[in-house]
Design a protein around this ligand. Structure first.
Ligand SMILES: [Zn+2]
Length: 263
């Protein structure tokens, strides 16, 4: 026995919710008699649930509502890693290596960078030299991995998450790796319209700066913020001590005899 599944659609005109057979691509509202399509209903569903991902499924009468299960802290409810990059040996059908991709630096408060991996959107780029470049994670880095071992060799800071696939090109004998660092609106990262290209320093060109090698790395911002917080706390404590001493000096010392002290 086959049972025809039904879908609930909400009328975009009056908000009335009614059950429809799944083959329906369009229908009339049984409350207000207005005509609407499933796409109309999806658009209304999207407007009613702005935080959720609502998409039509082309060629079907289904729509999709997708949302991540997040804890009150905004972290996924499943145990980490929340995103990985893996290398497969297609001949032997085996996973060669798999490592977490991304940190919590640009998600967690104070830029605390835990190497949990993050949900990721974007593909990798493998070079002939055995290096795999990938952005994709929700922190703002383009990363380079050793294709053979999975070791993370390098990270370059981006103005927003590079949730796109990088590309390589050669211009006047120099190789560049470029990525669209636009962030991802639905994933909730900051967004940007930057395209960023990296290249090895040419002969005579400046190497990476000290700042780039230390603070522009996962955890660098957390260290700066913690140091700043410690400095402010120390200043407050010092200020408090000075204020109390001054107040004690200004106040006349009481000269009354204080009882006989014991009996
Ligand atoms: Zn209606």
């Amino acid at each position: 026995m086959s049972r025809s599944p039904k879908i609930n659609v909400r009328c975009p005109h009056c908000g009335h919710e009614q059950s429809e057979p799944r083959i329906a691509k369009s229908t009339y509202c049984r409350a207000c008699s207005e005509y609407f399509t499933i796409e109309h209903a999806l658009r209304a569903a999207k407007a009613a649930q702005p935080g959720k991902e609502v998409s039509p499924q082309a060629g079907t009468s289904f729509g999709m509502i997708r949302e991540a299960l997040l804890s009150p802290f905004g972290a996924p409810c499943n145990p980490p890693p929340w995103g990985t990059i893996a290398a497969l040996d297609l001949q032997r059908r085996k996973i060669l290596w798999e490592v977490p991709l991304g940190t919590t630096e640009d998600i967690f408060p104070l830029n605390i960078a835990l190497a949990t991996g993050t949900p990721n959107f974007g593909g990798p780029l493998a070079t002939a030299g055995g290096i795999v470049f990938i952005g994709a994670a929700m922190d703002r880095y383009l990363r380079a991995f050793d294709a053979a071992s999975g070791a993370e060799l390098w990270r370059g800071r981006l103005p927003a998450a590079g949730m796109a696939t990088p590309m390589a090109y050669v211009w006047r004998g120099r190789q560049y790796i470029v990525i669209a660092a636009g962030g991802h609106g639905e994933a909730g990262t900051d967004t940007s319209d930057a395209i960023v290209a990296f290249s090895l320093p040419a002969p005579g060109e400046r190497e990476r700066s000290w700042r780039d090698r230390t603070f522009e790395q996962p955890g660098g911002r957390a260290i700066v913020k913690l140091m700043l917080a410690a400095a402010i706390l120390a200043a407050l404590i010092a200020g408090g001590v000075v204020w109390r001493r001054r107040r004690a000096r200004r106040k006349p010392v009481p000269t009354t005899a204080s009882g006989s002290g014991g009996n």
